[in-house]
Design a protein around this ligand. Structure first.
Ligand code: NAD
Length: 356
């Protein structure tokens, strides 16, 4: 058996899942240089070592299909970067709970297949990590998958903004069971939040006082349609705004989040950054930037690092939230810090200098 293989399961075969599977096959096909990886190797693990062994969905367009086909089914909008051979992993129907509410109900039909027992499938497939990529606001569904991971003693990576790793009750449960817990709300490689924090960091370091700023984006992905619902939109905004206010305090006028769904943009996300500050002698400084990215690969770029670091944590018998991995890859980690320190913690953890 190849010791370097990492067996993962994924709940939600949406755009993150598409970016992740295509990314793994892309690197296997074209090697790491063309894949443009930040960390070609994490410990002994390469991206090509990640193997998807189980997948859970509720959409009738995806359940029953092989994962290689399901990722290209509507309503996913991540473009096709590469052909994928049959994986021999059938997408099965997981617990629906509150997974599809609001606008999602209008565009997704729930599969009539019976719901499987997630913990049993995790054990049968010998998955080591369960990645949760459910829609924003699917609180009960996310918790059901977190519980299944605990029951199967499988590490849990929460890409959604539902607080699991940052929730002391869940953190304690995972710690007690000696299972790794990573989250919450995945931070894309070149995402709006990390770049916004970066611009503000540089200005702060240079002594510029930032008064007003916003980072608002539009996109055509399903997740954006989902966050059109007022409560989900606010939920996502709160996570993003907290991530920035933790570093810059409350005396900054700030707005951050998704402002509209434009179906014709597909997987593209167009972000606008506006910053108004004051420099030496009250000199006004205005920054106005436009950013265009694709959600699927942007999220997967961070996830391939987080998965391999989680495998390192599993091998070290880690338990509960691993602060360094959470701070590196997530917008709402249990312990927040600036981007530079987060990268330093991550590298120190991988080198064995930090214990969590
Ligand atoms: N760049 C990014 O895409 C990005 C970045 C950071 C965080 N996130 C977060 O990651 C999560 C997933 O993002 P995405 O873009 O892949 O979303 P998506 O909307 O493309 O996919 C979500 C999938 O979950 C499925 N689903 C709904 N309920 C389910 C259930 N009970 N069981 C199994 N599957 C279910 C849906 O049918 C859909 O296929 C979101 O919470 C989002 O906020 C995404």
């Amino acid at each position: 058996m190849n010791e370097d293989i990492i067996k993962i399961a994924i709940a939600g075969v949406g755009n993150i899942a598409s970016g992740l599977l295509q990314g793994i096959v892309y690197v296997r096909t074209y090697d790491e240089k063309k894949g443009k990886l930040l960390h070609p190797k994490i410990s002994s693990f390469e991206v090509k070592n990640i193997n998807i062994v189980a997948a859970f969905e509720v959409d009738e367009n995806k359940v029953g299909k092989d994962m290689s086909e399901a990722i290209f089914s509507p309503i996913n909008s991540t473009p096709k970067f590469i052909d994928i051979d049959n994986l021999d992993v059938e997408v099965v129907k997981g617990p629906l709970k509150d997974g599809l509410t609001g606008h999602l109900q209008e565009v997704i039909k729930v599969s009539s297949d019976p719901e499987v027992k997630v913990s049993e499938i995790l054990k049968e497939s010998e998955a080591e990590i369960l990645i949760c990529a459910l829609p924003t606001g699917a609180e009960e569904a996310v918790e059901a998958y977190a519980q299944a991971a605990l029951d199967a003693e499988v590490a849990f990576i929460n890409c959604t903004p539902t607080l699991i790793a940052s929730n002391p009750v869940w953190a304690k449960k995972f710690k007690k069971s000696n299972v790794c817990l990573i989250g919450d709300d995945l931070q894309s490689l070149a995402g709006g939040t990390v770049l916004h924090k970066g611009f503000l960091d540089v200005l702060k370091e240079q002594g510029i006082k930032v008064r007003d700023t916003y980072q608002l984006d539009v996109s055509g992905g399903l997740e954006t349609l989902n966050t059109l619902d007022d409560d989900r939109k606010q939920y996502k905004r709160d996570v993003k705004e907290r991530a920035i206010k933790q570093s810059f305090g409350n005396d900054i006028n700030l707005a951050s989040g998704t402002s509209d769904y434009l179906e014709f943009l597909g997987n593209r996300r167009i972000g606008h950054f506006w910053i108004l500050g004051e420099g030496f002698m009250g000199m006004p400084i205005k920054i106005d930037i436009r950013l265009e990215t694709l959600d699927g690969p942007n999220a997967a770029g961070t996830l391939v690092d987080v998965i391999r670091a989680t495998k390192v944590a599993i091998n070290r018998a880690g338990s509960g939230p691993i602060s360094s991995i959470c701070a590196y890859g997530f917008k709402a980690p249990p312990v927040t810090t600036d981007r530079h320190t987060a990268h330093q913690w991550f590298n120190e953890y991988l080198e064995g200098i930090r214990t969590e």
